[in-house]
Design a protein around this ligand. Structure first.
Ligand SMILES: NC(=O)c1ccc[n+]([C@@H]2O[C@H](COP(=O)([O-])OP(=O)(O)OC[C@H]3O[C@@H](n4cnc5c(N)ncnc54)[C@H](O)[C@@H]3O)[C@@H](O)[C@H]2O)c1
Length: 258
């Protein structure tokens, strides 16, 4: 057993406004929670209404943080951009954007139709670009900001069973590097955080079996299972002033997966 972790508080995150996609459950919920615990004002969107409401209510009660949330399907870009605009009207311009939403549904090479391909990209690829487009004017007004895009190590370790998801996730590094110079001129930083295999409720329910347990033991350098909060810690660092000169990079939180 390891010692309880002693984790950082970042003064620069207090009172900062943060927008997070897919914040209702999983890693997104851990990121929402982590920012609320830092004293930030958090806005998030998700399709999971009951889970989102419960998260917002419990965090407001426990942390006194101001939480804004809305049920929003990010496949609808107009609805996503409207949510970002209305959240900024309620809280103020966003210093931080976390593009977290995704769905790693399994599919085969043979089964994918053009419609299915487009739908996968509409969830896993397109929302990040258009969320950036919506929040950047506010970041410019603030004199800077931090965009954090959730990537993945799955495609990098040749994970199979989700080729469309792999294509979308591999493009996150392109989004980060392709915008870093443009945004950097306005002191807006942009980075990718790529998780390894993180034990969200969905991952445990859908995929963690005896074979998966053995994979973790064989492939990770560290013995402990990755938790959503481990990813959130890296996101906090990159959002904070402590990460002030980091941009255009990919940061992996994967316990050293081979
Ligand atoms: N869990 C892992 O092991 C893992 C590994 C590598 C990368 N990632 C990345 O981390 C991020 C978070 O992953 P996660 O495992 O927490 O995912 P998850 O599937 O558990 O949660 C994603 C959230 O997005 C929401 N969502 C799904 N479709 C939506 C839509 N159309 N509109 C709005 N909200 C929608 C879901 O309700 C959920 O709250 C993703 O970008 C994922 O690719 C996760």
């Amino acid at each position: 057993m390891s010692e309880p972790k002693k984790l950082a508080q970042y003064p620069s995150l207090q009172g900062k406004n943060v927008f997070i996609t897919g914040g209702g459950t999983g890693i997104g919920a851990a990121i929402v929670t982590a920012f609320a615990e830092q004293g930030a004002r958090v806005a998030f969107v998700d399709v999971a209404e009951a889970e989102s409401r419960q998260l917002a209510e419990s965090l407001s009660a426990r942390t006194q943080a101001q939480i804004w949330w809305r049920t929003c399907d990010v496949r609808d870009i107009a609805a996503l951009q409207l949510a970002a605009t209305e959240a900024a009207a309620a809280l103020g311009d966003f210093s931080v954007l976390v593009n977290n939403v995704a769905r790693d549904d399994r599919h085969t090479l043979e089964s994918v139709t053009p419609e299915y391909w487009d739908e996968r990209m509409a969830v896993n690829q397109r929302p990040a670009f258009f969320a950036i487009q919506a929040v950047v004017p506010g970041m410019k007004r603030l004199g800077g900001g931090s965009v954090i895009n959730l990537g993945s190590t799955g495609w990098q370790t040749k994970g199979s069973g989700y080729p469309c998801y792999a294509v979308a996730k591999s493009s996150v590094n392109g989004l980060t590097r392709g915008l870093a110079d443009t945004l950097g001129a306005d002191r807006i930083r942009i980075n990718t955080v790529s998780p390894g295999w993180v034990m969200t409720e969905r991952q445990i329910k859908m995929w963690l079996n005896a074979e998966g347990e053995a994979d973790i033991q064989r492939n990770q350098c560290l013995p402990d299972k990755l938790q959503p909060s481990d990813v959130a810690r890296m996101v906090l660092f990159l959002a904070s002033d402590d990460g002030a000169m980091c941009t255009a990079q990919e940061f992996k939180v994967d316990a050293g997966w081979n």
